[in-house]
Ligand binder design. Structure first.
Ligand code: AMP
Length: 551
């Protein structure tokens, strides 16, 4: 296809406002594509290479302005281009505002489309050559190549070439549009396209397979060790929601580091960042750990954390410094040590696991990797156990917890309800402790669960029990504080004089018939003893009512 024809189609798409019309136009473009199908499926989204490739053009704006200026003639320089850009804000418009084609010199007769002008294939070839330029003199090579391309552009071509080069296509075509357009153009189900894209991360290849082999061809596209997959993402959520929505929750530590995808082919490991950049070289100690720990090919998802000399986590900026490090990695490694914690397994020894439930993926992960490479995870239905994991995560210096649906598949690139990062408590309440329960077994001499009440006009009314968020040392201290206030004992239950006030976090307040107040705190967690607050100044039922209404 002539590049001018692509540019005209892009202009027509940009002029559309309705999503359906845009999808139809992209579908028609793909249907007419011939040999350029893969390239067009990428170009239309402003991509030059498949998303899973680390290859980039590495062309900064200034370099692009220089190439435009050179093609525009002797009297134009990069500053002029920038000045026009300041007025319009669109590099495409600026490129289209010049007359190109009069310039001669190195690169002016590059790999073009001959007398008929540029072709899509020629642009793709030149951009691949440009991406491959490295080392001394590569910047000049890049400017030369770009100049050669712009010099053969009519204004509409220049508009979309400039935007393509700077990854600013802005014609209203996103992933979803191309997905729907591929399905429409080649008569295959949208789901089949979506799955194939998740697995391959390359719309170009997916479009080609859809055209050549239809639905069955798409279904046959597998994960490949060495080709990164988009990361599954989490949304904010609460423990209560997770335990309400799912039969049980997988509770994991939320590590404060940077996402890493580990690809091990049986001999060597490659690592990819959340943006699918290759970060193998900056993280040699993770590579060493993985290569010595794993026996079978695998793709693992996890987090890299930086640790200090005691093994405690450091802020995530330290990890990012290591991720970005290109030179003197050995020196950087001496300054900051990193280690990986895998929390998911997308492929194990020949089996793709994206569609398997989390429970199975976790089993495969545990079977494959040693404990020190694997994240903490517990499957539970018990809010207290969730609290326990959270406390240990926080004690160990991590961010908090992630809650995951044990039955859920791995959905690359999706931010759904199956993974939830626990939102911190918004409010706390000062509650009076009006009762407690003796523990069992090892904790039989300690009070373990505490009844919480708020003030009413004529006394106190219960709003819940708290057993979560309290360390063993704190339990001993609390028992010593509260035991003198026991006024009645019934089995393991004790009634207490209102004497001690707890600050308590919670996720929400619900109406409830379980407690005397008519309200219940959901997922209450012990924060602190309020020595400075007397029971008479604890929070009132009226405040609880207001907070519940404010939801
Ligand atoms: P956020 O960046 O706040 O949206 O939180 C999501 C990020 O937490 C993920 O992209 C991971 O990089 C990170 N993370 C840390 N621990 C886990 C875990 N156990 N499961 C999933 N993501 C985790």
């Amino acid at each position: 296809m002539e590049f001018a024809a692509f540019a005209d189609r892009a202009a027509a798409i940009e002029a559309e406002s309705a999503d359906t019309a845009i999808t139809e136009s992209v579908s028609a473009l793909l249907a007419d594509a011939d040999d350029d199908l893969a390239t067009l499926a990428r170009f239309v989204q402003g991509r030059v290479f498949p998303a899973h490739e680390s290859r980039t053009l590495d062309v900064g704006p200034r370099l692009c302005y220089e190439a435009i200026a050179r093609a525009a003639g002797r009297n134009v320089d990069a500053d002029d281009v920038e000045a026009r850009l300041a007025e319009t804000g669109d590099v495409g418009e600026v490129a289209a505002s010049y007359e190109f084609g009069g310039q001669r010199g190195l690169g002016a007769f590059g790999n073009g489309g001959g007398a008929d002008g540029l072709t899509v294939a020629a642009v793709a070839d030149d951009l691949a050559t440009l991406a491959a330029a490295s080392g001394d003199g590569s910047q000049e090579t890049k400017v030369d190549l770009l100049f050669g391309l712009f010099n053969r552009c009519e204004p509409t071509e220049a508009r979309y070439l400039a935007r393509l080069v700077l990854s600013e296509m802005r014609i209203g075509v996103g992933d979803g549009t191309v997905r729907d357009a591929v399905a429409d153009a080649f008569d295959v189900p949208v789901d089949a396209v979506e799955r194939a894209v998740q697995v391959s991360n390359d719309y170009g290849r997916v479009a080609e397979v859809a055209r050549a082999d239809g639905e069955s061809g798409l279904a046959a596209i597998d994960l490949a060790v060495g080709r990164p997959v988009q990361a599954m993402l989490a949304q904010a959520g609460t423990v209560s929601e997770a335990l309400d929505d799912w039969e049980a929750a997988a509770v994991e530590w939320k590590y404060d580091g940077a996402r890493v995808q580990i690809h091990f082919d049986g001999e060597s490991a490659r690592l990819f960042s959340r943006n699918m950049e290759d970060v193998t070289d900056p993280l040699p100690e993770v590579v060493e750990t993985v290569e010595s720990a794993l026996d079978a090919p695998a793709i693992l998802d996890g987090e890299v954390v930086a640790i200090d000399d005691d093994g405690d986590p450091l802020p995530f900026q330290e990890v990012l410094r290591r991720f970005r490090r290109k030179h003197d990695v050995a020196a950087a490694r001496e300054d900051v040590t990193v280690r990986a914690r895998a929390f998911d397994c997308l492929h194990a020894d020949g089996d793709d696991l994206l569609d398997a439930p989390l429970t199975e993926r976790r089993d495969r992960l545990d079977a494959l990797a040693p404990d020190d490479l694997v994240s903490e995870c517990r499957f539970t239905t018990d809010p207290d156990e969730v609290g326990d994991v959270e406390r240990r995560a926080l004690d160990a210096g991590h961010e908090g917890i992630m809650l995951k649906d044990p039955d859920s598949a791995y959905s690359p690139g999706k931010r759904g309800k199956h993974w939830r990062k626990r939102k911190p408590d918004v409010e706390t309440l000062d509650c009076v402790v009006t009762g407690a329960e003796w523990g069992e077994g090892r904790r039989a001499t300690l009070l373990g669960s505490f009844e919480l009440s708020v003030r009413t006009d004529d006394g106190y009314a219960t709003v819940g029990n708290v057993a979560t968020g309290i360390t063993d040392a704190e339990l001993e201290e609390l028992t010593a504080r509260l035991e003198p206030h026991v006024v009645d004992t019934d089995g393991r239950d004790v009634t207490l004089d209102p004497a001690v006030v707890f600050e308590v976090g919670y996720e929400e307040i619900q109406t409830s018939t379980t407690y005397g107040s008519g309200y219940a705190l959901r997922f209450p967690r012990f924060v602190a003893v309020r020595d400075d607050v007397s029971p008479a100044d604890a929070d009132s039922l009226a405040r609880v009512e207001r907070l519940a209404d404010a939801r």
